[in-house]
Ligand binder design. Structure first.
Ligand code: 4NP
Length: 154
């Protein structure tokens, strides 16, 4: 899960997807990172943490980190929050295999829609709930796809 700062959207996406992976008992790992180095080592934004907690998800152990090229080796899918993140991550891709891993997360809900998760950083609390609802729905669809993919490899 990738956004700009790794303190608002992508930690929320990480927490939401992890809670569903645990609930479904799937053998899948999830992590998050930012394209920028602005918030390395910092906990998630208080508004993201409060929103997640209101939905029963604890983000307190998460810390900001910056995306690195090694993430292309460590992960099968790289979900980016917006088109700017998409351009930045595609710009780091070394080959077609790296590029194939990168997907706008809202395409899980709106196929080929190429929609962005709005950046809630400069807005109010309500922006965070809107982001939560978008990410929760996208993660439900990602879980369905993961279950289908895992079934095929059994
Ligand atoms: P995020 O939000 O990319 O969802 O973590 C932001 C966090 C920090 C900044 C921008 C967006 N910033 O400019 O510091």
């Amino acid at each position: 899960m990738v956004c700009l700062g790794n303190i608002c959207r992508s930690p929320l996406a990480e927490g939401i997807l992890r809670s569903k992976i645990v609930a479904e008992n799937l053998p899948v790992e999830v992590d998050s990172a930012g394209t920028s180095d602005y918030h390395i080592g910092e906990p998630p934004d208080k508004r993201s943490s409060a929103n997640a907690l209101a939905h029963g998800i604890d983000l307190s152990s998460l810390r900001g980190r910056q995306f690195t090229v090694k993430d292309f080796d460590d992960f099968d899918k790289i979900f980016v929050m917006d088109t700017s993140n998409y351009g930045n991550i595609i710009g780091l891709a070394r080959n077609v295999n790296d590029r194939k891993k990168v997907e706008l997360i809202l395409n899980a809900s709106f196929p080929n829609g190429n929609r962005s998760v709005p950046d809630p950083y400069f807005g109010g609390e309500e922006g965070f709930e809107h982001v939560f609802q978008l990410l929760d729905e996208a993660c439900n669809n990602i879980i369905k796809q993961l279950k289908s993919d895992l079934g095929k490899t059994k």
